[in-house]
Design a protein around this ligand. Structure first.
Ligand SMILES: NC(=O)c1ccc[n+]([C@@H]2O[C@H](COP(=O)([O-])OP(=O)(O)OC[C@H]3O[C@@H](n4cnc5c(N)ncnc54)[C@H](OP(=O)(O)O)[C@@H]3O)[C@@H](O)[C@H]2O)c1
Length: 267
């Protein structure tokens, strides 16, 4: 559907918008009057959410169902934006998955899926939408990383490595893009109460850290967005855990994380 001569519509593109943190972010941005482009695999869930947000907030909501494991999916999302004359003003790379497992037990398919969604899709979407933001001298990229990306986590070795990737990518871009009008924020939540933990085979009862609600992550996202922070943490405890690493030998940091996350103590 080509849109004649109308101006492009500025949207917030949220991956992983069908549930959990991404869904909470979609509700928050719609509540602030932003138009949205929602991405995830669950076509019907996205359509229902879009309809709810349109009715409740009077915003325009587009859905682009995609499986981000597929190498061409990011390009298809970009093509969708061109076709529908959408300008991505805020990109939220939120889609992600994990598997609590000894590394040697991860199937190749799982390994590729985790890397494809957590790393490649986020990097490709950033690469695809960044030039438009730089050209407009306005835009924000929000990467939902994790406390797991601050250090290696035994039982989540690959997941923590993908989140480290996202944090360092965000940090480098945050500085690289200073003066261009484009902001880049890495958000580092601890454990959040979504379906993610069960899907990743965590044993909730063994986790020795608070499991908090998505709304704390939403608040951290908005704080990072408004204040142009390089990194944000949803809670003071998250911040304290990271800060205390400065005074702790690295091997001890990883062992304490192993104890607190209990990712090897599975369901
Ligand atoms: N929950 C936590 O404890 C926690 C802690 C720190 C960081 N995080 C991060 O926060 C982000 C959101 O997690 P969450 O807790 O909201 O998890 P969630 O409830 O499981 O939601 C994950 C989202 O990612 C989408 N997704 C997964 N695989 C996909 C694929 N192949 N293609 C497209 N979309 C895909 C899912 O949609 P479909 O299934 O419909 O495709 C869903 O919308 C993730 O990046 C996660 O690593 C979570």
């Amino acid at each position: 559907m080509m849109q004649g001569s109308r101006e492009p519509l500025s949207v917030v593109l949220i991956t992983g918008a069908s549930m959990g943190i991404g869904r909470a972010l979609a509700c928050a941005f719609a509540g602030m009057g932003h138009h949205l482009l929602l991405v995830a695999r669950s076509r019907e869930t996205l359509a229902e959410l879009a309809e709810t947000l349109r009715r409740k907030h009077g915003v325009t909501v587009f859905c682009c169902p995609e499986d981000l494991v597929e190498p061409e999916s990011s390009q298809r999302i970009s093509d969708y934006c061109l076709e529908h004359l959408l300008a991505v003003e805020i990109l939220v790379n939120c889609a992600g998955l994990s598997r609590a497992s000894d590394f040697e037990d991860l199937a190749f398919r799982e390994l590729e899926g985790i890397m494809a969604v957590n790393m490649f899709a986020a990097a490709k979407l950033t690469r695809l939408f960044l030039p438009g933001m730089v050209e407009k001298k306005k835009g924000t990229i929000i990467n939902i990383a994790s406390l797991a990306g601050i250090q290696g986590v035994p039982g989540l070795a690959l997941y923590s490595a993908t989140k480290s990737f996202l944090i360092t990518l965000s940090e480098a871009l945050h500085v690289e893009l200073q003066g261009t009008g484009v902001k880049v924020v890495a958000v580092c939540p601890g454990f959040v109460d979504t379906g993610f933990l069960e899907k990743a085979m965590h044993n909730r009862r063994r986790i020795r850290l608070p499991v908090y609600e998505s709304d704390l992550v939403v608040q951290a996202v908005l704080r990072g967005y408004r204040k142009n922070r390089m990194r944000v943490y949803p809670t003071f405890l998250d911040y304290l855990l990271v800060f205390s690493q400065r005074f702790t030998p690295r091997i001890l940091v990883v062992k304490i994380t192993d104890f607190l996350a209990a990712a090897r103590d599975r369901q």
